[in-house]
Design a binder for this molecule. Structure first.
Ligand SMILES: O=C(O)CCC(=O)C(=O)O
Length: 282
């Protein structure tokens, strides 16, 4: 079970050189081709339904994913796609990749972990939106209750993530504090699904910007406060955010779900076995 010290004192952990240059090149191309394919599919006549999130963002359900479009009126740029693993086998493969699963196992203090969600955050040049300060725990609490404490987020960066183009910012040690209060916002440019934002004012001096090179990965505790700024630069900043969950976690909803074990042994059987055919659902 993940404890408050799962990452030690700071609440986050960085892995260097997770993905090499050639593989990165291929993954960038995959991310672009997925974005293009999903956008074309979503823009056809009779495409999946669209709605507005509480904060005003345009969201659409298409390609068996939630798509958020960029905030600017008329923008045809995709801000994020969730889930994204079913959209290309090379994205799906990352879920099982030991370079990602090993640190996730360490963070969750168990060898038995499964995939929870995956998301391509595009942070496009000049219009990529911000993520306001938030903790992930309240999101996952709505799906799996207290077991949300056993979720860990890993973000693999496909591009340079700099302070200027919206690198991840974290508030070290915030995972050790009581949960912070979140509220729904109507803040334009807020990239979060439900627009939740921490109400407390966070002192910039207490935050750390995780400037990472392409191929590096950050992992953070589900209670760590984090954010990222809008991208005002000409440099795209794609991040692939994967959440892993410890195998003992159960869904508190009434519907039984399926899940795929990516490492270890499922001794709990809280989910039906997911046949490994997710690619065919694209
Ligand atoms: O990609 C980012 O900048 C932040 C992602 C994030 O905070 C999230 O997905 O919860």
């Amino acid at each position: 079970m993940i404890g408050t010290d799962a990452f030690g004192d700071l609440g986050y952990h960085l892995e260097e050189g997770v993905i090499g240059a050639d593989e990165l090149e291929r993954l960038r191309a995959v991310a672009e081709s997925v974005a293009e394919r999903v956008a074309t599919h979503a823009q056809r006549e009779g495409a999946g339904p669209e709605g507005r999130l509480a904060d005003g963002h345009r969201i659409q359900f298409s390609s068996k994913a939630g798509i958020q479009w960029e905030w600017a009126d008329g923008s045809q740029a995709i801000r994020l796609i969730e889930p994204a693993d079913h959209l290309d086998p090379r994205i799906d493969e990352l879920f099982r990749d030991p370079r990602l699963t090993r640190p996730a196992q360490e963070a969750l203090h168990t060898g038995d972990i499964g995939p929870f969600t995956s998301k391509l955050n595009f942070k496009r040049a000049t219009e990529g939106s911000e993520f306001p300060w938030h903790q992930d725990y309240p999101y996952w609490y709505t799906a799996i209750g207290d077991a949300a404490q056993d979720v860990v987020t890993a973000i693999v960066f496909l591009d340079d993530a700099t302070a200027a183009n919206g690198a991840l910012r974290v508030l070290p040690r915030s995972h050790l504090r009581p949960l912070m209060v979140h509220e729904l916002t109507k803040q334009p440019g807020n990239l979060l699904t439900r627009g939740q934002e921490i109400t407390e004012v966070i002192d910039d001096a207490d935050a750390v910007t995780l400037e990472l090179a392409p191929g590096q990965m950050s992992l953070h505790d589900v209670r760590l406060a984090h954010a990222s700024a809008p991208n005002d630069t000409e440099a795209r900043r794609v991040g692939y955010a994967i959440r892993y969950v410890a195998a003992h976690v159960r869904n508190t909803g009434t519907r039984r779900d399926s899940a795929l074990l990516v490492r270890g042994v499922d001794r709990f059987h809280h989910f039906d076995d997911e046949p490994d055919h997710r690619v065919s659902r694209a």
